[in-house]
Design a protein around this ligand. Structure first.
Ligand code: MG
Length: 119
């Protein structure tokens, strides 16, 4: 079971991820609606896994990923984003994202990634 932080500006996306991950036995420790809030909550809560949307106001997911990895090089971050942003996803992997998943995704895809990261 993993403690997961969800960072996404879409309330609907966060709700979908929460429902799927809680259904698989994981705990959502908190949610953040932009990258800046996500970095702050990462430091406060030290989740096992963080999901990061890429397109967000204030601070986007790529910048948040860079900051989180700078603060904790072992941070396990999954980028969750639109399929059209493939180049952004590859950029995220370069900056240390553990994995990435494109919306829309099947529930078992995200569950498998989280299980793999904490397994
Ligand atoms: Mg977004």
């Amino acid at each position: 079971m993993a403690k997961v932080l969800l960072v996404d500006d879409s309330k609907t996306s966060r709700k979908i991820l929460r429902t799927i991950l809680e259904g698989a036995g994981h705990t959502i420790v908190d949610e953040a609606s932009n990258g800046e809030e996500g970095v702050e909550k990462y430091l406060d809560l030290k989740p096992d896994v963080t999901t990061l949307d890429i397109t967000m106001p204030v601070m986007d997911g790529i910048e948040a990923l860079k900051q989180i990895k700078l603060l904790d090089k072992d941070a396990k971050v999954i980028m969750v984003t639109a399929a059209s942003q493939k180049s952004k996803m590859l950029e995220a992997v370069k900056y240390g994202a553990a994995d990435f998943i494109a919306k829309p995704f099947e529930p078992e895809q995200i569950v498998n990634i989280v299980n793999k990261l904490v397994g």
